[in-house]
Design a protein around this ligand. Structure first.
Ligand SMILES: [Zn+2]
Length: 303
């Protein structure tokens, strides 16, 4: 597994524009990987955070090919089209529960200025510097944010699996990160922002393993039946057999990388099932994954 810890210096940039840039960058990087045949959740992960002085990125890739694609992507100048900018703005609006207004040409110019800055490798940073850890974004001259909390609501996407055996519980624990990334991709495409994550846990009273996310959406942006339909389509259409090799790499990394050594303990605490990484990795075949994935039930509620 290859990890990247990167940062970009932005003290003299517009902070809201930098936040929009962070969202655009992560989405464009994922898009580059998806175009190369990788499925969200299976190749690794990318996280970002924007502070007043720096943008921090933390990315991990299971597959050397995915690492190479990301490393190449980092070297290329990224251009963002108006549709992508509008989508990133919609997601951030849901994140803030507020309306963002800006002059598109001014924003585009600032995004280009931020994009032109290099990312530095945190591992190779020779100096010790104190930066602000504030995420406060007051004082943007480019993006005006008007709080509109009443215009946003939360939708809970609840997944449940009727457990038949312990193997399925163990399997679902490693399928959840894949499902989560695919959901996050879908939700961002629809202009929603994930507010809370509920990792799999087993309720002995009901015999169900449950998991899910809570999403902030602008009211009226997407109806619950349409959202449910899109999630069902995502479940139905995802073909594990098509990603056999990526799933193997995912399973092998999970089994061999020390970073995942704590997961069996987490599974035990959340479900009572005692299982080794070795066993879970052996269970992660396309056939098993497909069977369990298709039987996951989803329902939606407004919270
Ligand atoms: Zn954000």
């Amino acid at each position: 597994m290859n990890k990247f810890y990167l940062y970009k210096l932005i003290s003299d940039c517009d902070n809201e524009a930098a936040h929009i840039y962070e969202h655009l960058f992560l989405r464009a990087a994922q898009q580059a990987l998806v175009e190369a045949g990788f499925a969200p959740g299976l190749y690794g992960w990318q996280n970002g955070a924007t502070y007043r002085d720096i943008i921090l990125l933390e990315c991990g890739f299971y597959d050397p090919k995915a690492t190479k694609i990301f490393a190449e992507f980092l070297q290329q100048p990224v251009e963002f089209d108006p549709a992508n900018i509008a989508q990133a703005v919609a997601v951030i609006s849901a994140e803030y529960r507020g309306q963002l207004t800006y002059d598109p040409a001014v924003l585009a110019a600032e995004l280009a200025r931020i994009a032109a800055r290099p990312f530095f490798d945190l591992e190779k940073t020779p100096i010790l510097t104190r930066f602000s850890r504030e995420k406060a974004r007051a004082g943007s001259k480019i993006v005006q944010v008007k709080s509109q909390k009443d215009h946003y609501h939360k939708i809970a996407l609840n997944f449940a699996y009727r457990q038949n055996n312990l193997e399925e519980i163990a399997l679902l624990f490693r399928l959840w990160p894949i499902l989560y990334d695919q959901l996050a991709t879908l939700i961002n495409q629809l202009g929603g922002y994930i507010v809370n994550v509920h990792a799999p846990s087993f309720n002995p009273q009901s015999d169900w393993l449950t998991m899910g996310v809570e999403v902030g959406f602008k009211k009226g942006l997407v109806s619950k039946p349409i959202l449910l339909q899109k999630i069902k389509r995502l479940q139905r259409d995802f073909d594990f057999a098509q990603h056999r090799q990526a799933l193997q790499t995912y399973a092998r990394e999970f089994r061999d990388n020390i970073d995942f050594a704590h997961i069996p303990e987490e599974i035990f605490e959340r479900t009572g099932a005692l299982v080794s990484r070795q066993k879970i990795a052996a269970l992660l075949t396309p056939e098993n994954a497909e069977r369990v994935w298709q039987q996951l039930r989803c329902d939606i509620s407004t919270t």
